[in-house]
Design a protein around this ligand. Sequence first.
Ligand code: ZN
Length: 48
Amino acid sequence: MISKLIKRLRCKRSKTKYIGYYLDTERPGVMRTHHIHECRECGKRIYH
Ligand SMILES: [Zn+2]
């Protein structure tokens, strides 16, 4: 478990795959699309 945590901390997120997206309200009436990527190595999700 600890090694997994270290791997996560050292992860450069160079190998990511596209998961999908979600919509968020930036301000009333304005929707923003956030793209979700997941790291292939540690499974961490990156939101843009
Ligand atoms: Zn990673």
